[in-house]
Design a protein around this ligand. Sequence first.
Ligand SMILES: Nc1ncnc2c1ncn2[C@@H]1O[C@H](COP(=O)(O)OP(=O)(O)OP(=O)(O)O)[C@@H](O)[C@H]1O
Length: 375
Amino acid sequence: MPEVTVKNLAKTFGDNSVLRDVTFTIKDGEFFTLLGASGCGKSTTLNCIAGLEQPTEGSITVGGRPFVDASAGVFLPPEERNLGMVFQSYALWPHMTIAKNLALPLNIRKVPKEKQRTLIHDALDKVGLADLSGRYPHQLSGGQQQRVALARALVYSPTVLLLDEPLSNLDAKLREQARAWLKRLQEELGITTVYVTHDQEEALALSDRIAVMEGGNMIQIGTPHEIYERPAAPEVAAFVGRCNFLTGRVIGQEGRRYRILLDCSDDVVQVDSDERVPAGHSVTVAIRPERLEVVAQSGTPSHVNQLRTEVLTSSYVGSRYEYDVRLGDQAVQVLSGNGGLAGEVVLVFDPAQALLYQDKVELPEEQRDLLTVTS
Ligand SMILES: Nc1ncnc2c1ncn2[C@@H]1O[C@H](COP(=O)(O)OP(=O)(O)OP(=O)(O)O)[C@@H](O)[C@H]1O
């Protein structure tokens, strides 16, 4: 299976620039996900690979074959790219049986009827639906229809699979099952896959690597572990998983350990970081709710960071307790194993568990809302 190389891709619609200098390489057999909020340019990137959109600038090469090179005037039409595509809407023909739906792309490719039967059977077998080839789409569940759409994309042995939010029409439970199943199938087939989603959990669960996009730019490319544990920018930390942001100022440093005076509460916290931030510089400390802990006020001398806070709300969320605590004039979210805490508590965290970003961050609206204390 080939590598996909995208270089300096740009796309404008009129004077609206929706992709800016997007560059990435997808390795052979890799499950690569484009992740980002609605409108960030994920589908446009995918559509440029598919040939459904023509980029304004840049080049795309698949397995060494140039698909697009804007500066050289190269544009390979979609039907010559041999890519498999599945969209959110499965786009199955309702008046045709499943077998007939799968035969369509084979007819276009002038595959002999005899061979078609074998290919259709094999493709349906891969998705576990070989017995249902005579049914019509309305006689299948949503999950089964989604599998048929996938089988239709696989039936002509595409070089690369392009999936645009293929699971988003399924309900939550089915979606989780489909996710595990899709991951297994992709691994078995070893097919290079480009996946578009705005669902960060889905991206983390499925991908070998994730590209996080924002406003037409790629802000980080990494493994799910890297993206979650070492987000390159606060925007990534905010989008992938939940995160608290505390702004402040560096007032001291010893090796990798920084002392930071928080704006919200005038507390001093200690954070470990490889960033080089001069004293006096404004910073943002990012901490995931599950990396914070709340404890009753006494008996925590071993913790480096101990902040006096007050519980605003607490709720039991199955395996853990979720607290909103007040830190100065900010609300901070904590996911804790300790239940039943109320009133004044101590917020503790390990300096190695927080992330440090230079400069104060202009947070997205939903994050600002999160931080607004409603007392
Ligand atoms: N054909 C088009 N003409 C004009 N603008 C377009 C066109 N297609 C997309 N856009 C704009 O380009 C931007 C990126 O769209 P795109 O569909 O790539 O985003 P996305 O990240 O896939 O979002 P979503 O998850 O909502 O599909 C959006 O602002 C969108 O309105």
